[in-house]
Write a protein of this length. Structure first.
Length: 80
């Protein structure tokens, strides 16, 4: 199921995926349709932003704090 979602995102929203992919491949002149690996990396890179933009609910924030390891999330060390 997750593979199918990545394929759909690659086919339907390639510009959005490339915009959120943080790697040297972004510098290619015409990247075209991203691979599933690129989609997965873009999703993984922006997961903390997506979760942080969730509801402003104390229970949601408590749930996230209990489950997120900020040392494992790319970019979180820079923001901390």
């Amino acid at each position: 199921m997750a593979q199918g979602i990545r394929q759909c995102l690659a086919a339907v929203q390639p510009k959005l995926v490339w915009r959120h992919f943080a790697s040297w491949l972004r510098t290619r002149k015409s990247p075209g349709c991203p691979s599933e690996l690129v989609v997965a990396a873009a999703l993984r890179h922006h997961l903390p932003d997506f979760l942080a933009a969730g509801p402003n609910d104390p229970n949601w924030q408590k749930f996230l704090r209990a489950r997120l390891d900020l040392d494992q999330i790319e970019g979180a060390r820079l923001a901390a």
